[in-house]
Design a protein around this ligand. Structure first.
Ligand SMILES: Nc1ncnc2c1ncn2[C@@H]1O[C@H](COP(=O)(O)OP(=O)(O)OP(=O)(O)O)[C@@H](O)[C@H]1O
Ligand SMILES: [Mg+2]
Length: 286
């Protein structure tokens, strides 16, 4: 049987969790960490260090490589997910992680529950898994930034952007927390705008999406960067803009976002909006 990340996270003991967190801490300095460093860091005997390293490896939370004759470890994406799950449960933000509700190229999204039994969306960023170089180029990051850092920084960026947009009354899911590569937010029950063929007031929906992009740009200094019908969830007639890890201040991205969403509303609902007027509006000029 294949254990889920949550099952594997639950199997970690304290020293294994601390060892995993230590490997992650080292990510900026080195990709693989020799097991001897774990020994000295935690005062373990050779045998104890090997047990920790074997368990982490068998749970597929680290990968192993022989470097200069020494067994060395690096966390996997599952390792990062496991640390995030443990931390979120410990902080009483998440009580339970349930089914996968979305698996994109750069994330996995799970349905979860809070300690009040409210449904949550828990998004684990996995930036750099498939198209390492592309992801970096897109975000304008230097080639040498490791995927662990890319994923944790993207999660932080998504959380902070959601938080700022929400505080300024934009239409986004309420963010609750972030931890390592995970962002926890309000679960929006609905369907992607891409699947919606009929709206009572399509113009109002478009205006609300543009108003959210404007709040992000004017109040938070961020253009969404990937705005499309796939990244808007409709709860009845209310649009919620999701998927903000790549948000940054960039006029070119802002213009592309506006053109994307205007193009969709024109094709699907026959709404014609002047692109330059919409752009001035989201820039806060009109
Ligand atoms: N807050 C939420 N409430 C309900 N469902 C959500 C929520 N956030 C994400 N989802 C679901 O998970 C899917 C993927 O989420 P999201 O768009 O944020 O990441 P992604 O598409 O994997 O990222 P990328 O576009 O880089 O591949 C969404 O299409 C949606 O079905
Ligand atoms: Mg998406």
């Amino acid at each position: 049987m294949r254990l889920s990340v949550v099952d594997r996270a639950a199997l970690l003991d304290e020293i294994e969790e601390r060892a995993l967190a230590f490997l992650l801490d080292q990510a900026r300095n080195r990709e693989y960490v020799p097991v001897s460093m774990l020994r000295s860091r935690f005062g373990l005997t050779e045998k104890e260090a090997n047990v920790v390293s074997d368990r982490l490896f068998r749970l597929r939370l680290v990968s192993k490589q022989l470097i200069m004759g020494e067994v060395s470890l690096k966390p996997t994406f599952s390792g990062l997910d496991a640390l995030a799950v443990r931390d979120l449960i410990r902080r009483k933000i998440v009580k339970e992680v349930s089914a996968v509700i979305g698996e994109g190229k750069e994330s996995a999204v799970y349905l979860g529950y809070s300690f009040n039994d409210d449904p949550l969306a828990i998004k684990f960023l996995r930036i750099g898994r498939s198209s390492f170089k592309n992801a970096r180029k897109l975000r304008g990051l230097p080639e040498r930034v490791p995927w662990i850092i890319l994923s944790t920084e993207s999660a932080k960026n998504e959380f902070e952007t959601l938080d700022c947009v929400k505080r300024n009354y934009g239409n986004v899911p309420t963010p609750y927390a972030c931890s390592y590569n995970a962002v926890v937010m309000e679960f929006i029950e609905g369907q992607p705008l891409q699947k919606v063929t009929e709206l009572q007031e399509p113009k109002k929906v478009l205006d609300s999406i543009l108003a959210t992009e404007r709040v992000a740009y004017v109040e938070c200094n961020k253009a969404h960067g990937d705005l499309s019908e796939y990244n808007v969830i409709m709860r009845a007639e209310e649009p919620y803009v999701i998927d903000w890890p790549q948000a940054k201040k960039d006029e070119w991205l802002l213009e592309r976002d506006v053109n994307n969403i205007l193009g969709f509303f024109s094709k699907r609902f026959g709404i014609e909006e002047d692109p330059s007027r919409a752009l001035s509006y989201v820039k806060g000029e009109a």
